[in-house]
Design a protein around this ligand. Structure first.
Ligand code: HEC
Length: 131
């Protein structure tokens, strides 16, 4: 490899590291602090129901899997949803809030156009991934 090639290669590695770091920083869960108390405590009407898990899984495959991964394992640019943050830290009300509002600044679209029933089905599915 000549000097120019080595320089390019080094530059590329630097860019890769910086983006990896930036994405790490992106999904820092800071949205959780913005959820109002009343929303945080909102109850999921379908909590733990098997048919809601199945419905949520279908909606997830349609709308969410291309960013968050087929099994919610996350992708390079998007956080996993099997994380402790989503499974333990976030209440179902918190998840409802982030789905309604999104976080466009960081690349998470809002889903307020979906019927509320579908949002809760999605949440039931996400919380079922902890089992
Ligand atoms: C265009 C890509 C994209 C799509 C589609 C998408 N998301 Fe996201 N999502 C993101 C990004 C980027 C973040 C990180 C936002 C942040 O850190 O505040 C995120 C964050 C989240 C979080 C919070 C994760 C955390 O660890 O803080 C949840 C929950 C979530 N998404 C659920 C969903 C669900 C459910 C769907 C489908 C209805 C969906 N997302 C569709 C990009 C996407």
């Amino acid at each position: 490899m000549n000097a120019r090639g080595a320089g390019l290669c080094g530059g590329l590695i630097l860019v890769l590291f910086t983006t990896a770091y930036a994405f790490d920083y992106v999904a820092d869960g800071s949205w959780l602090k913005r959820v109002p108390t009343a929303e945080h405590g909102k109850a999921n009407p379908y909590q733990g129901q098997a048919d809601a898990v199945a419905a949520g899984r279908r909606i997830y495959a349609d709308r969410c899997s291309h960013c968050h991964g087929e099994n919610a394992q996350g992708t390079k640019k998007h956080p996993p949803l099997k994380s402790d943050r989503i499974q333990q830290q976030a209440s179902e009300g918190d998840l409802h809030w982030i789905l309604v509002h999104g976080n466009m600044r960081k690349g998470m679209p809002p889903w307020s156009k979906l019927p509320d029933q579908q949002l809760w089905q999605l949440i039931t599915y996400l919380k079922s991934l902890n089992d």
